[in-house]
Design a protein around this ligand. Structure first.
Ligand code: HEC
Length: 142
């Protein structure tokens, strides 16, 4: 067998590489599971609400809470809105109005589509936005 030199990776290095991969994949999994996961429910701190936000809370509870949870912390039917995805820079108030008027196609999560909620009306939606923004601020989402 003269002249045939194989470059071989030492067994230790193989284990180290494998270990590194496992750690990477695990880290990715932990990171990825904070998005997309259907039962991602957030525990919410409720601040003292302004009058408009209190009205919004009522409208929210009767129209949105079945999916988003009474405090917008999410349920198995819908995502939490007290979440950095929905902070004002990512989802401006206009996105909330659109969601209420036209519904939302599934894109961030895997709950399916959100049906339109036209019964809420513009005033209702505006009150809901105050409610969500105040709760977001109280929970460090802004
Ligand atoms: C039948 C369940 C359901 C109801 C009722 C519901 N939603 Fe949703 N909503 C969803 C789901 C599911 C999503 C996530 C869609 C995605 O991004 O995958 C969503 C997403 C949203 C978004 C994000 C929109 C975007 O641009 O990504 C907003 C804002 C929102 N809902 C507000 C509301 C408000 C306000 C109400 C009540 C008026 C409401 N939802 C009622 C299921 C619901």
């Amino acid at each position: 067998m003269a002249g045939r030199k194989k470059t071989r990776i030492s067994p230790e290095l193989q284990w180290i590489t494998l270990g590194g991969l496992v750690i990477l994949i695990f880290g990715w999994w932990v990171w990825a599971s904070q998005f997309g996961s259907p039962d991602h429910v957030v525990s919410v701190t409720m601040p003292v609400l302004s009058d408009q936000a209190r009205q919004g809370r009522e409208v929210f509870e009767s129209n949105c809470a079945q999916c988003h949870g009474p405090e917008a912390g999410g349920t198995p039917q819908g995502p939490p809105l007290i979440h950095k995805i929905y902070e004002p820079n990512h989802h401006a108030d206009a996105a909330f109005l659109l969601a209420v008027q036209r519904g939302v196609r599934q894109h961030h999560w895997s709950f399916g589509n959100m049906p339109p909620q036209p019964q809420v009306g513009r005033a209702g939606a505006t009150a809901i936005i105050s409610y969500i923004r105040e709760v977001q601020r109280a929970n460090g989402v802004y």
